[in-house]
Design a protein around this ligand. Structure first.
Ligand code: F6P
Length: 381
């Protein structure tokens, strides 16, 4: 593509920000393909999220490149070639560069968390850069922080900005599911399944720490899907020593009935009654062990594992790839119409664009509470 062609067609800029999640590559592919095949609009992939834009602004500022040179290198080094050039942070995506990535975890354009984008002067420069590249709309895929950045950019620039929820935390109440949640649940189900073997073989209580930041959604859903008996989530309030002792007593009652082991999922965001730097899984495991030492089942051992970034990686679940295609479709629909900014969401089975800052379609705390009660009923015997 020549420079005038690229600029005349007014490209769409696409970036990923915050934590990666499975399904982001599927979204990248869908956004590029729908742009090229259906809308005849090129997509500029931004490397490393907002950081890539800030780096480009700095290159211009330092005189390492000029706007003209930048435009030329974008047009001359598209796709895989552009993705390989270290100092090029803006790449004209083509078919080859998104081929085969639908089932790949991670994100080919990479992602990052940018502190500098919080600086209003940097944002002004970034917005100017996007204008200089004749960008018609910006798509930002990420979690709550990234979408907050998108909202600010929309307000300050007047550009059309489309936010796409991508986070394993499922902590964006505006959408029933974000990209990556189902994949992370699948990963957790596999992890629980493997760890259950050891739990059963050794008569152990295994305490597994799950991600989710301040939200317990991922943990609660994974507990239902995996059969883990306990889900300790931040929404239930402080995890006091008394609560852990009560849990140990409940387990002892179930051991009396013939149960031999137990799996506890504890969300990383739970708050302990006493401040500690230790991770919640270790604290819960140690306190359960202590309680067992004083009870009738002194032989029951406990172990803790922090599952960590395992949950963010891997091949996306088919649901996430489908969600990615649907979100891309909604985004392009809005871009083709050419006016509304907003967030692509799934609400009660419907994929749509809602204005940034819209209230959730359902009462999420009530949903979580219902899931919590359901899980308790499913796992007690
Ligand atoms: O937001 C996704 C998430 O994986 C959270 O669940 C977790 O708290 C955080 O990101 C971890 O971030 P990092 O990869 O920067 O350590």
């Amino acid at each position: 593509m020549t420079i005038p062609q690229l600029l005349d067609q007014r490209p769409v800029a696409l970036l990923f920000s915050g934590g990666d999640s499975p399904g982001m590559n599927a979204f990248l592919r869908a956004a590029v393909r729908l742009g090229m095949n259906r809308n005849e609009v090129p997509v500029l992939g931004i490397m490393d999220g907002y950081v890539g834009l800030v780096r480009t602004v700095k290159q211009l500022e330092a005189g390492e490149t000029s706007l003209e040179k930048l435009r030329r290198s974008i047009a001359r080094r598209p796709g895989l070639l552009g993705l390989r050039v270290k100092k090029q942070h803006i790449v004209l995506m083509d078919h080859e560069s998104v081929s085969g990535i639908v089932v790949k975890g991670g994100i080919e354009l990479r992602t990052a968390r940018s502190q500098e984008f919080r600086n209003p002067e940097r944002r002004r420069q970034v917005i100017q850069l996007l204008r200089d590249l004749n960008v018609r709309a910006v798509i930002v895929c990420g979690g709550d922080g990234s979408l907050a950045g998108a909202e600010i950019m929309q307000r300050e620039s007047g550009l059309q900005v489309i936010g796409v929820p991508g986070t394993i935390d499922n902590d964006l109440p505006i959408t029933d599911y974000s990209l990556g949640v189902q994949s992370a649940i699948e990963t957790l189900v596999r992890a629980v399944d493997s760890i259950k073997d050891t739990a059963r073989s050794h008569r152990r209580v295994m305490v597994l720490e799950t991600m989710g930041r301040d939200s317990g959604e991922l943990t609660q859903l994974a507990a239902i899907a995996s059969g883990a008996e306990y889900a300790l989530i931040p929404e239930d309030g402080y995890l006091t020593s008394d609560r852990i002792r009560a849990m140990a007593e409940e387990m002892e009652t179930s051991f009396k009935r013939g149960r031999t082991h137990s799996i506890v999922l504890v969300a990383e965001g739970v708050k302990m009654d006493k401040q500690t730097w230790e991770s919640p899984a270790w604290v819960v495991s140690a306190k359960l062990a202590e309680a067992f030492r004083h009870g009738p089942y002194k032989d029951i051992e406990t172990r803790a594992s922090v599952l960590g970034h395992l949950q963010r990686g891997g091949r996306p679940a088919p649901f996430d790839s489908i969600l990615a295609a649907e979100f891309a479709e909604v985004a392009w629909h809005a871009i083709a119409a050419g006016k509304d900014s907003g967030i692509t969401v799934l609400q009660n089975g419907e994929y749509k664009l809602v204005p940034i800052g819209s209230p959730p379609a359902s009462d999420r705390p009530a949903r979580l509470q219902r899931l919590h009660l359901q899980h308790q009923a499913l796992s007690s015997w």
